[in-house]
Design a protein around this ligand. Structure first.
Ligand SMILES: Nc1ncnc2c1ncn2[C@@H]1O[C@H](COP(=O)(O)OP(=O)(O)OP(=O)(O)O)[C@@H](O)[C@H]1O
Ligand SMILES: [Mg+2]
Length: 290
C-alpha cells in the first residue's frame, strides 16, 4: 500500500519465511552452515532451536533451497501434532515412496530401499521436522529408530529437528536420553543485538529497493530493537506498521512517537529485559573453521 510512496518495489517487512530476504547475521550464517554441514557429512540428527520468531523456519526454507539445488530428496513435516500412523503417511507422500496403503511396514520397507539406493549412489536423503517441540513421545521414538539406518559411510537418513526452546527441554528429559545422545549437531538461535537489528532493517529495505534508507534513523532502530526484544518477527511487525503510520501522515521518516503508537496498538511492550533473550553461549559441535 505504501510501497511506491517510500520507493519500494515490494513489501520489505513481510512475515513469511522468505529466503530471498535472508539477512545473514553471524548466527543465521552459522546455523545454516551447521545444517548444510550436518547433511553433507551424514551426521544423522541435527537440532535447531530458538525462541518464537527468531528465524528457524527461514533457516529450514534456506536448507530446502540448498537440497533442491543438490537434488537431495527431502520430506518436510511442518505439522507436528500427528500420530505415528500419520507420520508414516506423511513420510511416504513427501518422499514419493511407492505403495498404496502406507502402513508403517510398507513405508519402512520402501524408505529403506530408497535410502539404500541413495547410499549406494553416494548421496543421502533428509527428513526435516519443523515445530518439533510439539512431537509426541511415540512419534519421536519412531524418528529415533529411523536414525538407526546406516551404512559404513554414515547415516542414510539425515534428520533435522527444529523447534522452540521446549525442544531442548524435551531432549533433556530422561526418557529422551537415547535420542539426545544421537544428536550430532545442535544450534540455538537468539535475538538480534541492537546493531544487528539496525543492519537487518537496512538490509530488508535495500532488498526491497530502498538502498541507503532514511526512513528509520539509528535512534528509532535502537528503539525498535528494544521494543521487539531483538526478535526479527516483531521487528518486521513494528517496522511495517510504523511505515503505514508515516505514510498516512505523509512523512518519509518514522519517529519514536510513531513506534510508540504502533507498540501500544499491537500491545507490544518492552517485555522482559531484552538482555535476557540476547545471545547465550551456543554449543556447536562443529569446529568453526571446516
Ligand atoms: N535472518 C533473517 N533474515 C531475514 N528475515 C528473518 C531472519 N530471521 C527471521 N526473519 C524474519 O522473521 C520472521 C519470523 O521468522 P520465522 O518464521 O523463520 O521464525 P521462527 O523461528 O520459525 O518462528 P516460530 O517459532 O513462530 O515458528 C519472518 O518474517 C522472517 O522472514
Ligand atoms: Mg517457524
Amino acid at each position: 500500500m505504501y510501497n511506491s510512496f517510500f520507493g519500494l518495489r515490494e513489501n520489505a517487512f513481510n512475515l513469511s519465511p522468505d529466503p530471498a530476504f535472508l539477512y545473514r547475521s553471524p548466527q543465521h550464517e552459522e546455523a545454516l552452515a551447521n545444517l548444510i554441514y550436518g547433511v553433507q557429512s551424514r551426521k544423522g540428527f541435527i537440532a535447531l532451536t530458538g525462541e518464537v520468531g527468531t528465524g528457524k523456519t527461514t533457516m529450514l526454507e534456506c536448507l530446502r533451497d540448498f537440497l533442491g539445488g543438490q537434488r537431495i530428496p527431502f520430506a518436510y513435516i511442518f505439522n507436528s501434532r500427528i500420530t505415528p500412523d500419520q507420520f508414516f503417511e506423511m513420510l511416504a507422500y513427501d518422499f514419493g515412496l511407492p505403495g498404496t496403503r502406507f502402513t508403517k511396514t510398507e513405508v519402512l520397507f520402501a524408505l529403506n530401499n530408497m535410502l539404500l539406493d541413495r547410499g549406494r549412489a553416494g548421496t543421502t536423503a533428509v527428513l526435516i521436522i519443523d515445530e518439533a517441540h510439539n512431537l509426541d513421545w511415540d512419534v519421536l521414538e519412531e524418528i529415533r529408530l529411523l536414525g538407526n539406518l546406516e551404512n559404513r559411510r554414515g547415516k542414510l537418513l539425515q534428520i533435522v529437528l527444529s523447534g522452540q526452546p521446549e525442544l531442548d527441554l524435551k531432549l533433556d528429559a530422561p526418557q529422551f536420553r537415547q535420542l539426545k545422545q544421537r544428536i550430532a549437531l545442535r544450534f540455538a538461535l537468539h535475538a538480534f543485538t541492537a546493531a544487528e537489528t539496525e543492519e537487518y532493517i537496512n538490509f530488508r529495505l535495500a532488498h526491497a529497493g530502498l538502498a541507503n534508507q532514511k526512513v528509520f534513523d539509528e535512534n528509532v532502530a535502537g528503539m525498535i530493537n528494544q521494543r521487539a526484544t531483538g526478535i526479527p518477527r516483531l521487528v518486521n511487525l513494528i517496522c511495517d506498521n510504523s511505515m503505514l503510520i508515516a505514510f498516512a501522515l505523509n512523512s518519509r521518516h518514522v519517529t519514536p512517537e510513531m513506534v510508540d503508537e504502533v507498540c501500544a496498538d499491537l500491545k507490544i511492550d518492552a517485555g522482559p529485559a531484552f538482555t535476557d533473550l540476547r545471545r547465550q553461549p551456543v554449543f556447536p559441535s562443529r569446529p568453526r573453521k571446516a
